[in-house]
Design a protein around this ligand. Structure first.
Ligand code: NAD
Length: 259
């Protein structure tokens, strides 16, 4: 399998591990299983502490850990400078980062503030473009970028509000980045994950109801796991998906095809 995936000893930047429930942690575990080198970025010291504990507990050795606040171009540039200097070539980046102010998630979408809209877009969509730009010079052997999206980009999902619009921009950015970076043999895709109980999901009102609804309606009659999203991310990072770019892959137990 390792040969098939061709990820062993290749460098992958994983952005967005906040704790053991993070989708990014699912990706890290899946990448570790195939012998990839793991480079992590974190935003807050709190996340760094949790990440270090997780790595220790799971006996995973990180190649590098760098601070990166995706709201800041300087921070993104500094992180990828450090990665280039200390790890060299990058073969893939996993962008598993999003944030919106709770007041812009709760209530009616029509009440979204101008600043809240801009902040959600900046953190959850523009940051992918900025990260791609910073990573590109390090991806001299080609590679793959993967972002995390949600059905709320395509449909009006109650309670997802401003984040749905940010995810729509993210999914469109995936396509435009794929068009730009194809000539450098860099593929760009996103996973549209089904609902998973994480820290970020706590900001979504009625999240339990969403989980129940998926269980009831999805073709597989269940919700998906962090590990399932991790595995598909590995596919998108690997040789197996070499003909795929600009794609939004649903890992949602089939829920998106219903209704
Ligand atoms: P999470 O809270 O574990 O991860 C979100 C991460 O974003 C955290 O690590 C946080 O530190 C990071 N982050 C926020 N602002 C940042 C900034 N300015 N700079 C750097 N990092 C920042 O939650 P998660 O559910 O694992 O979310 C990961 C991704 O998956 C997000 O893009 C989310 O929208 C997406 N997603 C989640 C679900 C779900 O149901 N949990 C479903 C579909 C898509």
């Amino acid at each position: 399998m390792e040969d098939l995936l061709q990820l062993k000893n290749k460098n992958f930047v994983i952005m967005g591990v906040a704790n053991d429930r993070s989708i990014a942690w699912g990706v890290a575990k899946a990448l570790h299983q195939v012998g990839a080198n793991l480079i992590f970025t974190y935003r807050k010291e709190r996340s760094l502490g949790k990440l270090n504990k997780l790595l220790e507990k799971n006996e995973i050795q990180a190649t590098l850990i760098a601070e990166c606040d995706v709201n800041s171009d300087e921070s993104i540039e500094a992180a990828f400078k450090k990665i280039g200097e200390e790890a060299g070539t990058v073969h893939g980046v996993i962008h598993s980062v999003a944030f919106a102010h709770s007041e812009d998630l709760n209530g009616e979408f029509i009440n979204t503030s101008r600043s809240g809209y801009a902040f959600a877009q900046d953190t959850s969509a523009y940051s992918f473009i900025a990260v791609a730009k910073a990573a590109k010079p390090l991806m001299t052997e080609g590679g793959s970028l993967v972002a995390m999206s949600y059905l709320g980009a395509e449909r009006a999902v109650e309670g997802y509000n401003v984040m749905g619009v940010a995810k729509a921009a993210l999914e469109s950015s995936v396509k435009y980045l794929a068009l730009d970076l194809g000539k450098d043999n860099i593929r760009v895709n996103a996973i549209s994950a089904g609902p998973i109980r994480t820290l970020a999901a706590k900001g979504i009102s009625d999240f339990n109801q969403i989980l129940h609804h998926v269980e009831e309606k999805a073709p597989l009659k269940r919700n998906v796991t962090q590990a399932e999203v991790g595995d598909m991310t590995v596919v998108l990072l690997s040789h197996l998906s070499r003909g795929v770019t600009g794609e939004i892959v649903h890992v949602d137990a089939g829920y998106n095809i219903v209704g």
